[in-house]
Design a protein around this ligand. Structure first.
Ligand SMILES: CC(C)(COP(=O)(O)OP(=O)(O)OC[C@H]1O[C@@H](n2cnc3c(N)ncnc32)[C@H](O)[C@@H]1OP(=O)(O)O)[C@@H](O)C(=O)NCCC(=O)NCCS
Length: 169
């Protein structure tokens, strides 16, 4: 039996039963979602992983190869470029006293991306950061501090390039 493209994609992704999916969410092949919430009409590209506790708003575009970890909240209409990484553990260790760490051994640091912001391809967003409404993060940036609303930031560490006018989206 010949499968259509969307049917093949469906066989090649893993969406755990505890995922809360909104209406009209579009997902491509090799997506791995568990314990997260995805808002209406959001699209999720190939090879994206979204962990438990992450919340994604409505009408977001999550591009391929991106990793969204526990503790990340993304509001509506946010663009997340390809290969964007979030951080939720500031001082990671594999073990404590020689035994593999469990969830009890580290402290989760939350991150918030406000409505309408855009995160450029290959950017890394450190834990504890808030990215303001309508802000733009340049490709390849490492965001270490809060980004004000409508700010355009870039570089490692990301620095302010300019601020978009109120009318800009
Ligand atoms: C950050 C960005 C929005 C800035 O665009 P812009 O305002 O038109 O900026 P300019 O091209 O005029 O560059 C301004 C300065 O910032 C630097 N710059 C621009 N983007 C940069 C980036 N991603 N990282 C580091 N520096 C950057 C430029 O080199 C320039 O520096 P200079 O003044 O010393 O010459 C844009 O370059 C960018 O990275 N957009 C993200 C694109 C993306 O990831 N799309 C995803 C889907 S394809």
């Amino acid at each position: 039996m010949e499968l259509s493209g969307p049917e093949r994609d469906q066989l090649l992704r893993r969406v755990a039963p505890d995922v809360r999916l909104g209406r009209g969410v579009r997902m491509y092949a090799f997506v791995n979602l568990y314990g997260c919430t995805i808002g209406d009409d959001t699209t999720i590209g190939t090879f994206v992983e979204i962990q438990k506790g992450a919340v994604i708003g409505a009408r977001c575009k999550i591009q391929s190869h991106t990793f969204i970890c526990e503790g990340v909240t993304i509001e509506d209409e946010v663009f997340v470029g390809h290969n964007v990484n979030f951080i939720n553990d500031t001082y990671p260790r594999a073990t404590t006293d020689g035994a593999l760490q469990t969830e009890a051994d580290w402290q989760l640091v939350p991150t918030l991306v406000r409505r309408g912001a855009s995160l450029g391809t290959g950017s890394t967003i450190l834990g504890g950061v808030t990215i303001g409404e309508g802000a733009i993060v340049g490709a390849g940036s490492v965001v270490t501090r809060d980004v004000p609303a409508r700010a355009v930031v870039a570089g490692n560490p990301a620095r302010l390039l300019r601020t978009l006018p109120d009318s800009a989206r």
